[in-house]
Design a protein. Structure first.
Length: 248
């Protein structure tokens, strides 16, 4: 039986706005096409994201960038057909009895092309330096509320090493273990122990959703051009590696 089959609801856990579309847009569209309810938990507003050259360039490094990225995420998730989205640290993705909090983008540095590492100036309230137990408990609170049949997030390397991606993986996996929920990690290349999906039928919807993230990238044909100038093919293929947990 495929992981795509019979999922009544799926929760995607991503670190920043645009991650949901770049790495899992086609998967989200496929679950929606199969009548699964799809939920999205975004851990930060991507406050430290670079901005593409153009009319939004002046937002770089300002609080207005966070608001712009919130609006971009709203537009993109509407295009993808996501049922409901949530911010980590805000109810219901917050432990009952605790004041809401905001997990901020930690930033990153490039170690080499394709591999990122932690920045040395992450703020005290950044996602990657927040206590893992607190991040895990907030994700678990949302899982208990939604009761998804499957939770999906990054692999243990965070896809390309971004510290916020790694923290999202670690916390999501721990939260699914605590709640007895199946967890699957996204793979960008076949590894031999995953279920692989080629979903070219969703190229148009993924492309439209990518265009919503105009502060972060530009779409040229079937390619994404990132704010730093890196080019990447629009992805419509991905793998899922399942880590089931026993019921609790």
């Amino acid at each position: 039986m495929s992981l795509l089959d019979g999922q009544r609801s799926v929760l995607f856990v991503h670190a920043h706005p645009d991650d949901e579309t770049i790495s899992t847009g086609a998967l989200i569209a496929e679950f929606v096409a199969r009548d699964s309810r799809v939920f999205l938990l975004t851990c930060s507003r991507g406050e430290r994201g670079e901005v593409v050259d153009g009319p939004l360039t002046a937002l770089a490094g300002t609080e207005e960038l966070a608001r712009e990225r919130e609006l971009e995420l709203e537009r993109a998730t509407g295009i993808l057909g996501i049922t409901e989205r949530f911010w980590l640290g805000e109810p219901p993705a917050r432990v009952d009895g605790l004041e809401p909090r905001r997990y901020r983008d930690s930033g990153m540095v490039w170690i080499r092309p394709g591999l990122a590492g932690p920045a040395d100036d992450a703020a005290d309230d950044a996602l990657s330096v927040a206590p893992l137990a607190e991040v895990t408990a907030d994700i678990a609170a949302l899982i208990v509320r939604l009761r998804p049949s499957l939770v999906i997030s990054y692999d243990d390397g965070g896809g390309y090493g971004h510290p916020d991606h790694v923290r999202a993986h670690d916390a999501a996996r721990a939260a699914t273990t605590a709640t007895g929920t199946a967890f699957a990690e996204v793979l960008e290349a076949p590894a031999g122990d995953e279920e692989w999906f080629d979903l070219p039928q969703h190229l148009a919807v993924v492309t439209d959703a990518l265009r919503a993230h105009a502060s972060q990238l530009t779409v040229h044909g079937t390619e994404i051009v990132h704010s730093g100038g890196q080019r990447e093919a629009i992805g419509t293929s991905a793998g899922l590696r399942l880590h089931p947990h026993p019921a609790v």
